[in-house]
Write a protein of this length. Structure first.
Length: 199
């Protein structure tokens, strides 16, 4: 039978530490503590989220992309959720494989961990994607939507087997034009019979 800490109990642990000493090194940093360049900022994640099918079935690239978005959220004092902008090089620098950044983002959106406001190309002005984490409230004060709760194990399996390929095909079609040659080749290639005559 495991013992439970009682805040009023001043008894010591097996290592001779009191509850206050244990809490000191297991609690999140306090806002008054010295913060070396924002390195002590933190973001809570519930056990329900960490044990959900949406989270436990994430690919390695999607997992890294998720935590890169969390870092961006925390670096804005957790006040800009819904307006978070992360560039492709930032994802790659954090460890997401370059050619799988779009796939990782699509997986996170499919499993309900994030929402994306898609950007578009502009003439002289960029319109980047804007990300929203669904497990925390947004910049307008709306509560978390927790869309990840709707992602069952069966839906996660469907992503791996079917929908990932569909998303990749959709990305390959949208916004990409096939390059056509400017003109026909001036010198047609030689036929086999012409090659034999020349030799």
């Amino acid at each position: 039978m495991s013992s439970v800490f009682n805040p009023r109990d001043k008894s010591r642990t097996a290592q001779g530490k009191t509850l206050s000493s244990v809490r000191k090194f297991t609690s999140p940093p306090r806002s008054g503590e010295a913060d070396a360049g924002g390195s002590q900022r933190w973001q809570w994640l519930t056990i329900e989220l960490l044990e959900s099918a949406a989270f436990t079935t994430l690919s390695a690239n999607a997992s890294r992309a998720f935590f890169r978005i969390v870092i961006e959220h925390v670096s804005h004092a957790a006040l800009e959720n819904g307006q978070l902008v992360i560039t492709h090089p930032q994802f790659v620098q954090y460890g997401v494989t370059g050619e799988y950044v779009a796939d990782a983002i699509d997986e996170l959106a499919y499993k309900g961990l994030i929402k994306i406001q898609r950007g578009r190309a502009g003439s002289g002005m960029a319109h980047p994607n804007r990300f929203t984490l669904t497990f925390v409230g947004d910049f307008e004060g709306a509560p978390p939507t927790n869309d990840w709760r709707n992602c069952s194990a069966a839906k996660c399996k469907q992503w791996a087997e079917v929908d990932r390929k569909r998303a990749a095909e959709k990305r390959g079609v949208v916004g990409r034009k096939k390059k056509s040659p400017l003109r026909e080749a001036e010198i047609p290639p030689l036929r086999d019979s012409e090659i034999r005559k020349a030799s």
